[in-house]
Design a protein around this ligand. Structure first.
Ligand code: COA
Length: 389
């Protein structure tokens, strides 16, 4: 039987198109369960992000990024011995072939740093002698390689673009302190290191966003882990996904003062524009617990570093969006000003999100290899039939 589905009525391009009735079709796969995973789950009802059985917010406040990365990739929190071994192994993998930096340096002058990262990851694959192997030992080693090299690739993409000298990693520093130092060129203090570490941890894993889905779809053809992550970079770059944090900061800088927030947002809403940093496909009408933790982190940083206006602007924006649209801020809304107070250049906000998400991505790719089933969905065909050349 043919009839027009509710979706056909919603979209102007779909008006009048007759399709086969199929209740399983959801544009954007909204609400569709695409895979099984033991890695993470968004329990929206209880406002909890479950990471291998733990609450992400509790993990973020009690343990560091690397321990959560280990948890994701290996399945359990590391013992102190496992943790020390993990750090040692990461340090061994830290150095980046100079050819990678040369390739990054040869890109066009308008390069977006996500494109620089995408190119670097693609090139890094060509240095891996076990690129074609999918066994657990190989993918564990590849995960370490990706986690270890990510700070150098991301931080130096900025320095290369700006014709500044490459900053080499400092193995004496913790993962997060070293990462931040490679970005800013100075050793961060304890408070900055903790804030940055928390920022990385809240970004580490988030169930099945577009980038993770892209990665597992690629891995499901038994393509390699680097390729899966290259696809994920391209996905995460978009402003409806990871690119929102940069867009939020640009918006805050344009608004300048707390007094400007309301008129600025109202004008944008009147033009039916989207306000970056608000809304979420899964949370919809509930707060993103990660955003609330970053709000707290911002408050603490502001108390030490000043810029109280920035905090007031964010709170005002939250009030306006709640009142006008009933929308809550997502993580990117409060992550952006935290990056700002840590002296991170705006161009690096999205690449750092990706670097933090690497642990979740490699864990998903390994899981996909373990119980692989090729992704190959079908379509609702809306084109003509019976034409002849
Ligand atoms: C994240 C996002 C893409 C989710 O989108 P989605 O699940 O497809 O939700 P929809 O686009 O169907 O939006 C539902 C309604 O909320 C509105 N809405 C959602 N996010 C909005 C935003 N940021 N600003 C203004 N309105 C928004 C939509 O206009 C729509 O309203 P309508 O029903 O009156 O047309 C969307 O909220 C968005 O664009 N946010 C801004 C980008 C962002 O911050 N991305 C980071 C996500 S972590």
């Amino acid at each position: 039987m043919f009839f027009i589905t509710p979706y056909a009525e919603q979209h102007p391009l779909r008006k009048g198109v007759k399709r086969l009735a199929d209740n399983t079709y959801r544009p954007g796969l909204e609400g569709i369960i695409a895979t099984e995973t033991s890695l993470s789950y968004l329990d929206v009802e209880h406002e909890q992000i479950v990471i291998r059985g733990y609450d992400l917010i509790e993990l973020t406040t009690k343990v560091d990024y690397l321990r959560v990365a280990y948890l994701l990739v290996s399945g359990h929190l590391p013992s102190s011995e496992e943790y020390q071994t993990f750090i040692r192994q990461l340090n061994e993998f830290q150095s980046i072939p100079p050819e990678i930096y040369n390739i990054m340096g040869s890109l066009g002058k308008h390069v977006h740093l996500m494109d620089s990262l995408r190119t670097a990851l693609s090139a890094l694959a060509t240095f891996d002698p076990s690129l074609d192997r999918r066994d657990a030992d190989t993918t564990w080693r590849q995960s370490l390689m990706l986690l270890a090299t990510m700070p150098g690739i991301v931080a130096n993409s900025y320095h290369i673009k700006n014709h500044e000298p490459i900053i080499e990693p400092d193995p004496q520093l913790s993962y997060s302190a070293n990462f931040l130092k490679m970005i800013t060129g100075r050793v961060p203090d304890e408070i900055e290191t903790r804030a940055f570490d928390q920022l990385l941890t809240v970004y580490i894993e988030h169930e099945m966003p577009n980038s993770t889905f892209s990665a597992i779809v690629i891995a499901s053809t038994l393509s390699d882990m680097y390729g899966a992550l290259v696809g994920a970079v391209a996905s995460l770059k978009g402003t409806l996904h990871g690119g929102a944090n940069e867009a939020v900061m640009k918006m805050l800088l344009e608004m300048k003062t707390p007094e400007q927030v309301e008129p600025y947002l109202m004008a944008k809403l009147a033009r039916k524009e989207r306000i970056m940093g608000f809304g979420h496909r899964v949370y919809m009408k509930k707060a993103d617990p990660r955003a609330m933790l970053m709000k707290e982190s911002l408050k603490q940083l502001v108390a030490i570093k000043g810029h109280a206006d920035l905090y007031d602007m964010c709170v005002k924006g939250e009030e306006v969006m709640q009142r006008e649209k009933g929308l809550f801020p997502n993580l990117d809304y409060y992550a952006a000003p935290v990056y700002y107070l840590l002296d991170v250049p705006v161009d690096l906000y999205t690449p750092i999100f990706f670097a933090a998400r690497t642990a979740g991505l490699v864990a998903h790719v390994r899981e996909q290899y373990e119980h692989n089933r090729l992704f190959r969905p079908r379509v609702l065909y809306t084109g003509p039939r019976g034409l002849h050349p």
